[in-house]
Design a protein around this ligand. Structure first.
Ligand code: PLP
Length: 423
């Protein structure tokens, strides 16, 4: 049997209807922005493998750090024990995060980082003897696939089978250009009519919704409304963190700070699954008590895995090099030029760029669903041309590893232009 035949016999893939989906491509190796399949066909990874891989595949610097940690201390339980890699990651993050973030809690993936933040928001008020049970979230948000994260997510076909089984979430519109006031008013209304514990949002860019963007000033206003009403704010930077928006964190564009932040994806440069939720001292203090019942009873077996921590430290070190910062700027400039070139194309609705994130919405005759026919046509066209892009309905976005070369980037643009002509 071939690899793909064995795959279809044994495996169940994420977000996949196995009866109608195409067989997956078996990838055998990766280097830089490139992947090769089992037949040695080459692909440009233009979405950094679901946004996790800013420094390129099979990165030697991170691999060496992982190897060194694996042969020193691969893992130790984090209940009752600690270790230098975790402390170093915490120290480093507290240095680069918004200044009010003071406490670091480890978990395993973006969904658990969100799960922890939501549980903390709810228990924060429980610990203070106040009953607040509503979480506020944006329309079309994506915060992950575990239960509380899923409840906060608004993309309906991910969640429709579980309606009625969720924690209480109320949604407000995203403050896109021209809709800011409606968003502010909706937030004020929700806060007035519900016992709101927290507001969770993807700062400045909603990734899974199709790289939907909005301005820092609008987010600042929403956070201020929450702060004035003692509603905790949670910045889900799982996608936007570690340079994607052109700054270390999207929140670096916003002149007010959130109470909590969620980090994962690029945290370890796409090597070891790990996530972090960060908190203000004030949030932490609501759990700090002689009463054991006020503790946060949440943890995962692999919490603060030292190998993951070593990968995170190496990744942050790479991010902070002048070379990587120059790469981010180079890609941003290149995106802006490409945006200018295609935004007036007759088949283009809009194009947008922030940092290394670029998205273009293509005109279509029919209402495009997330996994609709245009999406399939586009996806297959890109794969055929050796470019990994995963359109969201009629939206094609690029989120390249920062080390992608100019030639590779130009090939991605050219392929997108050809696709626009083709559909
Ligand atoms: C991907 C993502 C998550 C979920 O992360 P997983 O590691 O897939 O569980 C949560 N929030 C945002 C904004 C994401 O992009």
């Amino acid at each position: 049997m071939t690899l793909t035949e064995k795959d279809s016999q044994y495996l169940w893939h994420p977000y996949t209807q196995h009866k109608t989906s195409q067989t997956p491509i078996a990838i055998s190796r990766g280097e830089g922005a490139l992947l090769w399949d089992e037949n040695d066909k080459q692909y440009i990874d233009a979405i950094a493998s679901w946004w996790v891989n800013p420094f390129g595949h099979s990165n030697k610097f991170i691999a060496d750090a992982i190897y060194k940690q694996l042969t020193t201390l691969e893992h130790v339980l984090f209940g009752g024990f600690t270790h230098e890699p975790a402390i170093k990651v915490a120290e480093k993050l507290i240095e680069i995060l918004p200044e009010n973030q003071q406490k670091i809690f480890f978990s395993d993936n973006g969904s658990t980082a969100v799960e922890v933040a939501i549980k903390v928001a709810l228990q924060y008020f429980f610990n203070k003897g106040e009953k607040r049970t509503t979480i506020i979230a944006f329309e079309n948000a994506f915060h992950g696939d575990t239960f509380a994260a899923m409840a906060a997510s608004g993309i309906s076909f991910y969640t429709q089978a579980f309606q009625g089984m969720f924690i209480d979430v109320v949604r407000i519109p995203v403050p896109e250009k021209g809709q800011e006031e409606a968003s502010f008013e909706a937030l004020k209304n929700v806060i007035q009519n519900h016992n709101c514990a927290g507001f969770i949002f993807e700062p400045l860019v909603q990734g899974a919704a199709g790289m939907v963007m909005y301005e820092p000033e609008a987010l600042a206003k929403l956070i201020e409304i929450c702060a004035a009403n003692n509603v905790l704010t949670i910045a889900d930077e799982v996608m936007t963190g570690f340079g994607k928006t052109g700054k270390t964190f999207a929140m670096d564009y916003v002149n007010v700070n959130p109470d909590m932040m969620c980090l994962s994806k690029a945290l370890t440069g796409g090597t070891i699954p790990m996530a972090i939720t960060t908190f203000t001292q004030e949030v932490f203090d609501a759990f700090y008590d002689d009463d054991i019942n006020k503790a946060l009873f949440h943890g995962h077996t692999f919490t603060a895995n030292p190998t993951g921590c070593a990968a995170a430290l190496a990744s942050i070190e790479l991010l902070q090099t002048d070379e990587m910062q120059a790469n981010i700027e180079r890609i941003n400039k290149s995106h802006l030029e490409f945006q200018k070139k295609i935004e007036n194309h007759s088949k283009v609705i809009t194009a947008r760029t922030l940092g290394v994130i670029f998205a273009v919405e293509i005109k279509s005759d029919s209402e495009e669903s997330y996994y609709g026919s245009m999406r399939t046509k586009l996806y297959n066209f890109f794969i055929d041309k050796g470019v990994v892009l995963r359109p969201v309905g009629n939206i094609v976005y690029i989120l390249p590893p920062y080390i992608m070369t100019d030639d590779q980037l130009q090939k991605v643009y050219k392929t997108i232009e050809e696709a626009i002509e083709m559909v």
